[in-house]
Design a protein around this ligand. Sequence first.
Ligand code: AMP
Length: 607
Amino acid sequence: MACGSELLSPSPIEQPLAPATACDEKSAKALQFIEEVTKNTDSVQERVLEEILRQNADTEYLKRFDLNGATDRKSFKSKIPVVTYEDLQPDIQRIANGDRSTIFCAYPISEFLTSSGTSAGERKLMPFIHEELDRRQLLYSLLMPVMNQYVPDLDKGKALHFLFVKAETKTPGGLVARPVLTSYYKSDHFKNRPFDPYNLYTSPNEAILCPDSFQSMYTQMLCGLIMRHQVLRVGAVFASGLLRAIRFLQLNWQQLSHDISTGTLSPKITDPSITECMAKLLKPDPELAEFINMECSSEDWERIITRIWPNTKYLDVIVTGAMAQYIPTLDYYSGGLPKACTMYGSSECYFGLNLRPISDPSDVSYTIMPNMGYFEFIPHDDSSPLTLSRDSPPPLVDLAYVEVGKYYELVITTYCGLNRYRVGDILQVTRFHNTAPEFRFVRRKNVLLSIDSDKTDESELQRGIENASVLLKEFNTTVVEYTSYADTKSIPGHYVIYWELMIKNASRPPTNEVLNQCCLAMEESLNSVYRQGRVADNSIGPLEIRVVKNGTFEELMDYAISRGASINQYKVPRCVSFTPIMELLDSRVISVHFSPAAPHWTPERRR
Ligand code: AMP
């Protein structure tokens, strides 16, 4: 462990320690709050619905369904339909185009949050009201008090947490549209957050708020290295983000170490607010530079996190849902440090937190906090997915009445004006904390492939195949079967598409060049979150097509049938991850192709 004096020595971006008692009192209050709301789940839910409906009684949306100012559950459930984004899209477009009337919410829409979920290839736009920030801040304020129950002394150092803002744009009507965390980091709630010894970051705001992802990451890594002994937890929002940071270190440690050795900042860092802030922080430290050279020049990067940041107690990253694929790599780089999945939320609403944050990833459950919104649940059964029509109201279950072991799809009603909105997440109830259910995040509906925050569904993949196939026409070639795989063995991960081709003119097969272009054509067809990951965030690598021998997909079917699949019902899986299947496919590969360039992407929406 680092010596105490090092932990306590104030850095230029640190403020003096607050008296422990004030913090303890705040923590105790936070824990008491959790107990209170979770003991009264149903009555809190009733009150929340009442508040939301009273607040929005005069909105066009609620009036459209003749709610007539009613605020009770029965009227609400009988009159207001369960909807998807597509149902709301025309009204959302009106707001985006500048309609300032109270369509969804009594409060003015302050901005749009751009969800990583997409509709027609573009990020969904979620109307947001300024007032909601306080509610979300409240949820954030509960996280460390919960964590402190499990991990002591987190006020004795800092978090190396890689936080980024992303591109923002304006709608035709002049409203800002940006991702939820970009909005939060740019808010006064974050920028002018009061001193809290449990929430000190090594990254200065100037680095977090820098829109250039290279400069932001470089500076955050540099600060993390300079303060390496003070670091008590290392993290990013999602596991993919933390691994990207490790990859960044692999690629840039020489320059970083040079900066530390000389006390000068790389010429690649040009953002004036960063250069000004780093001028105060960066002092020549040849000894630290030597240490970084020694650790990073080694071939062996196993446990690199604990070698460079020896006081790290846990990794602060979400490893549930699509992020579970990164657990083995995180374990490799951290020597199996605990991974804390602290909260569950979305652009639409923050849902809740993990009351046992140091649990094994397979045991992670999130308690939906009854004060955050009004929550209903569609019982979910994979074998008979529910279709909801207005004529036969769906049997939605209230938060307090879900049953342990059962699967549900989450439906929310929010203060921002979403009413009975299907989020698209499938959850399973694991247990109850007081009267509040805890949920395991099972998966997002209809998502086939995901590397970072991208989510590609079956129809998007199909469209990609169709668009790429156009290039094969002149070679009289068609794609007869395909499947896909999210390859996260290298960082950043990338999509792999297996193709079985029918080449009608064997003397003129498609050239390598054309198959490479097919990769790019697929990428151009994928949604804007994917393309942003490829272009702006560098969080996704070039798409790969692996052409397999003729007959491979028949072998795949034989394999499935040998394991009990019904021959009549057999469908080619459009995404695979099961090792024996991967091995079969990979052993039949005859050629491999990569996208030769990045697809097009700009923050502006295509429609
Ligand atoms: P976005 O609207 O882009 O912020 O994405 C929100 C979605 O990310 C949620 O609806 C979930 O599908 C996913 N998500 C958020 N938090 C978690 C979590 N803790 N574990 C798994 N998936 C999550």
